[in-house]
Design a binder for this molecule. Structure first.
Ligand SMILES: [Zn+2]
Length: 228
């Protein structure tokens, strides 16, 4: 391979990953300013719905009168359609998080695009083709970026990772401190059923964040109420 060809391929490869990453940074910086300006807390739950944790979360959110955003996997929505119905009936947002949770940086471009399309298709009883999207693993490439742009779907990452997927769970108060110090945020959590301590952590953290929001006058909003 000539050096020029190798350089071109290298450049195209980097552009495919780098440009969506730049776009993410730009977009989330703008979102972060809105969150801080209006002291907004957004609770988001990915990878569900699940048979145990999602209904428990819904009970908690209902008791506290809070609305959240659920980025669902198409295959899980198909397994628990009544739970998706309940999420919608109780006024929460539902977004697409693909079907099989493929990482766009690790599979072929068309596989990642097909996984997103399959997610929207299975979620079609509940969301529009341009409904909100969160990329699996937070990763996008140019092909997945263009497929989402073609749909006109808003893409939402997060500003605070709760750490609920980390090997070592943080304490709920550490995450709450971050919300306080940043003055607002979109918190990433997961509502797929895992071990009991992890499910309990998500429930505890949700309750703690709701307490902080109440005491320190943060507005709790689902994502649809933020500007796209
Ligand atoms: Zn996920």
């Amino acid at each position: 391979m000539t050096t020029a060809l190798a350089a071109t391929i290298g450049l195209a490869g980097s552009a495919a990953y780098f440009s969506p990453w730049l776009w993410r940074r730009h977009r989330m910086n703008r979102v972060r300013r809105e969150l801080v300006r209006n002291r907004i807390l957004v609770l988001t739950y990915d990878d569900g719905p699940s048979s145990a944790l999602t209904p428990q979360l819904l009970d908690l959110l209902q008791r506290r009168g809070a609305r959240a955003t659920f980025f669902m996997l198409g295959r899980h929505a198909q397994q628990h359609p009544q739970i998706v119905d309940r999420v919608i009936e109780e006024g929460h947002d539902v977004g697409c998080h693909s079907d099989q949770h493929l990482n766009a940086w690790k599979v072929l471009p068309w596989e990642a695009v097909a996984d997103i399309d399959a997610g929207y298709k299975r979620l079609s009883p509940w969301i529009q083709p341009d409904g909100m999207f969160r990329p699996p693993h937070g990763k996008m490439t140019l092909p997945t970026y263009w497929s989402i742009r073609r749909r006109g779907a808003p893409v939402w990452w997060w500003t605070i990772d709760s750490g609920d997927t980390h090997d070592l769970l943080p304490s709920a108060s550490q995450v709450a401190d971050r919300l306080r110090s940043e003055g607002g945020g979109i918190v990433l959590m997961h509502d797929l059923d895992r071990t009991r301590p992890r499910n309990d952590f998500v429930l505890e953290l949700t309750a703690v964040l709701l307490d902080v929001a109440q005491k320190e006058s943060f507005q709790i909003k689902p994502l649809r109420e933020l500007c796209r």
